[in-house]
Design a protein around this ligand. Structure first.
Ligand code: CP3
Length: 371
């Protein structure tokens, strides 16, 4: 570049004049155009858990390091984030990290155990446990910011970079249960027995989540997704009183609300309306309800989803007809008031998925929806 005043990448332009590089690319590339509600050149497509175990190049790179080490190693994080973009041609990259990283960064004794997931050394089940939960200061996330800046510098500006965090309920479940849980019994027990302790834990977790998302936005992610993966375990009544106010506070944050926001959970068909009220532009839908049905539950939102991850194991003709069905339902969702459709899975890519099936879906979505 001859003129040193012109940044080589439009993403690095500082529009705020305060060291921030956010909200500088409203509507550039299919993903940002679609979530911005203006419609895109083709239906954008990316996959939850696209960065990770289904890719041989990921397994090779990760050999010999733990998941936590990888998440605090900017070069590795950057490379893993870019791998699925290179291989599949997706319209968005998801920043490689994990929902428990803000907890680990704050000093909580937590590990990510292969084949199991997050495991907490001392589960939090009472007032003293909540009081002992450390705060997260931004200086503990320097490696995260560094990694985001590296991705931003390398990523094609037409491809959006999505940052993410776990929502307070899903984080609370790991902290209270001590690890993955089918029934969330300790979590629900605390919620019902000690609502005061529950709400103070949830507000601390909302603060941690806010710091984690702000760090990613300050470093240049284009959009964010808040994963409340296990919220579907709750009734709508409990979700509204015990969870929604905390998630709403995160979306309303003055920094977080400068970028397009997605809210996602599994088995949340009955909660979609409330999850939409939390404030995101985009609501994730799993495979249990059709997109055109979801459109009636979250009026005026962009919908994201909703291919069953197991379909990536089916033969090509079955897979293709599912992709077509979802695109048709996405089009009908638009007719029913949805502001757009981002093609994705209903949950994450499963580890044993053939990467070729993932690439195939990207090509098919682009081919069928290109104008
Ligand atoms: O989506 C992406 O590709 C970006 C990276 C990402 C990871 N975890 C990497 C990861 C994202 C967005 C997450 C989010 C996450 N982590 C969620 C919410 C999304 C969801 O799937 O519901 C949850 C609940 C977690 C907690 C967690 N971390 C689980 C359940 C696991 C899997 C455990 C296992 O091994 O089966 C992890 C570990 C993890 N996070 C891996 C990856 C690539 C696998 C660990 C490894 O490769 O060593």
């Amino acid at each position: 570049m001859l003129n040193s005043d012109v940044p080589s990448n439009p993403r690095s332009v500082d529009t705020q004049g305060a060291g921030r590089a956010t909200a500088r690319r409203a509507g550039t590339g299919p993903y940002l155009d679609e979530v911005g509600g203006t419609g895109a050149a083709h239906t954008p497509v990316w996959f939850m858990r696209q960065a990770g175990r289904s890719l041989p190049e990921y397994r090779e790179l990760r050999a010999g390091s733990t998941m936590l080490e990888a998440c605090f190693d900017p070069e590795m994080t950057c490379e893993v984030t870019l791998q699925p973009v290179r291989r599949h041609g997706v319209d968005a990259a998801i920043f490689f990290s994990d929902i428990v990283i803000p907890l680990a960064a704050a000093g909580v004794d937590i590990d990510i155990v292969p084949g199991t997931g997050p495991v907490v050394a001392a589960p939090i089940r009472d007032e003293a446990g909540v009081a002992a939960l450390p705060d997260l200061t931004p200086d503990r996330l320097e490696k995260i910011g560094e990694a985001v800046r590296m991705v931003v510098a390398e990523l094609d500006p037409q491809v959006a970079l999505i940052g993410f965090a776990g929502a307070p309920f899903t984080l609370a479940s790991y902290l209270i249960e001590g690890g993955p849980s089918r029934n969330h019994e300790h979590t629900k027990s605390l919620m019902y027995s000690r609502p005061d302790v529950w709400h103070s834990l949830m507000s601390k977790l909302a603060d941690l989540t806010t710091v984690f998302l702000r760090a990613q936005i300050d470093a240049g992610v284009d959009a964010v997704q808040l994963f409340d993966s296990w919220a579907g375990a709750l009734s709508l009544r409990d979700y509204r009183s015990m969870v929604l106010p905390h998630s709403t506070g995160i979306f309303a944050d003055e920094v977080i609300s400068t970028v397009p926001r997605t809210h996602f959970g599994v088995g949340t068909g009955e909660l979609l309306g409330a999850m939409g009220e939390a404030g995101p532009e985009v609501v994730g839908v799993d495979w249990r309800i059709p997109l055109d049905d979801a459109a009636g539950r979250v009026p005026g939102k962009v919908l994201q989803g909703n291919l069953d991850p197991a379909m990536l194991f089916a033969d090509r003709s079955a897979l293709d007809s599912e992709v077509r069905r979802i695109l048709d339902e996405g089009a009908r969702a638009r007719e029913r008031g949805a502001r757009g459709h981002v093609f994705n899975l209903g949950h994450g890519v499963l580890p044993a998925t053939d990467p070729g099936a993932v690439t195939h879906v990207v090509e098919l979505v682009h081919e069928l929806t290109g104008k």
